[in-house]
Design a binder for this molecule. Structure first.
Ligand code: SF4
Length: 309
C-alpha cells in the first residue's frame, strides 16, 4: 500500500517536472509497463525518430537504448536529449564498429551501405541510408546500387532479401539480437500446439526458421496495427515481451501469448520511474554525439525518412 502511494507521488512529480521544464517522454515498445504509461508517446524506432523531430519540447527524456537516444540527439541538435540510465546499451549495435564497416566498404567499393538503426552513431555516419525493422525491405529496394552492405542484423537482412533482387551482404556475417535469438522454432511449435487458432506474428530480428513459420512478420508497431485491424482474436507474439503491455491496452478483448517468455531485453528494462524522476530533475545524463559525425549520420537518417513516408 505504502509502495503504491510512493509510486503515485513519483508519477505526479514526474508530470510536474515535465510541465515545468517543457519536457516530453518518448518510450520504446519494450519499456517497462509503468514507463510506457507515463510517456507522451510509445512506439518503435521509426516512430520515435519521427516524434523526436516533431516535438516542440526543449527536453526529450528518451526511454530506449543508446542508439535510439543518439538518433533523437542527431535529429535535434538544439534540444537536450536525456537517457535516464546511460547503461542502456544495445548489444546488437556493439556488433558493428566503424572500422569493420570501412574494411567491408573497401572490399565492395560499388556497394551502398544500409544500416539498421540499431547501430552506433559512428557507424551511421558511414552509411548511405538507415533503415528500421518497419522499412528495411522498402529501403533496400530504393537504393541505386545492385549490391548492398547491410548490418548489423543478419536476420533482418534475411527478411529484406526476400523482396529484392539486389545482393545483400551482411556485415558482420552473423550479427543478431540476443533477446530475439532466444525465440526458437520449438517454442513456436509448442505455443501453436497450445493455441492452435492463434495467428503467429514475429519480428524480423527472429531467426529465419521462426520467420518462415509466421503468418505475419512486422516491426513492433506493425504488430500493434495488425492485431487491431484483423478480426482474429488470438495471437502468438514473437518479440520482446514488453510489447504485450501495449497490445493488451490497445486491443482489449483480444488474447496475446508470448512465443517465448524469456525474450526479455535487460537493457530496455533499465529505465525506471525513479531514474526518470532523477533524470528530469538533474537534466542528465545528456546524450552527446560527436560534432564531426552529426552531419553524415543525420544525412543517412534523413534519407530514410524521405524514402519511407
Ligand atoms: S531487443 Fe535486441 S536489438 Fe532491441 S535493444 Fe534489446 S538487444 Fe538491442
Amino acid at each position: 500500500m505504502e509502495m503504491k502511494k510512493e509510486s503515485i507521488e513519483r508519477v505526479e512529480k514526474i508530470e510536474r517536472l515535465k510541465r515545468d521544464k517543457n519536457a516530453i517522454i518518448l518510450a520504446h515498445n519494450y519499456q517497462r509497463a509503468e514507463v510506457q504509461d507515463i510517456a507522451e508517446f510509445v512506439g518503435d524506432s521509426l516512430e520515435l525518430a519521427r516524434k523526436a523531430m516533431e516535438t516542440t519540447s526543449d527536453i526529450i527524456i528518451f526511454c530506449g537504448v543508446d542508439f535510439m537516444a543518439e538518433t533523437a540527439a542527431i535529429l535535434n541538435p538544439d534540444k537536450k536529449v536525456i537517457i535516464p540510465d546511460a547503461g542502456a546499451i544495445c548489444p546488437m549495435a556493439q556488433q558493428l564498429f566503424a572500422d569493420d564497416l570501412l574494411v567491408a566498404k573497401r572490399e565492395y567499393p560499388d556497394a551502398e551501405v544500409v544500416l539498421y538503426v540499431n547501430t552506433l552513431a559512428e557507424s551511421k555516419a558511414l552509411a548511405d541510408c538507415i533503415c528500421t525493422s518497419a522499412n528495411a525491405q522498402e529501403i533496400v529496394d530504393a537504393m541505386d546500387a545492385s549490391t548492398i552492405l547491410f548490418g548489423p542484423d543478419h536476420n533482418l537482412a534475411y527478411h529484406a532479401q526476400k523482396t529484392t533482387s539486389k545482393k545483400i551482404i551482411s556485415v558482420p556475417e552473423h550479427g543478431l539480437c540476443p533477446s530475439h535469438h532466444q525465440i526458437a522454432l520449438e517454442d513456436l511449435i509448442k505455443a501453436k500446439e497450445a493455441h492452435p487458432g492463434a495467428k503467429i506474428i514475429v519480428h524480423p530480428e527472429c531467426i529465419p526458421e521462426v520467420q518462415d513459420h509466421a503468418d505475419y512478420i512486422a516491426s513492433t508497431s506493425g504488430m500493434v496495427r495488425i492485431c487491431k485491424e484483423v478480426k482474429d482474436a488470438e495471437f502468438l507474439i514473437g518479440t520482446e515481451v514488453g510489447l504485450l503491455h501495449r497490445l493488451e491496452k490497445e486491443a482489449p478483448g483480444k488474447k496475446f501469448y508470448p512465443i517465448s517468455t524469456t525474450a526479455v531485453c535487460p537493457q530496455m528494462k533499465m529505465h525506471t520511474l525513479e531514474k526518470i524522476e532523477v533524470a528530469l530533475e538533474k537534466e542528465k545524463p545528456e546524450v552527446v554525439v560527436k560534432k564531426e559525425i552529426m552531419g553524415p549520420a543525420r544525412k543517412a537518417i534523413e534519407r530514410m525518412l524521405e524514402i519511407s513516408q
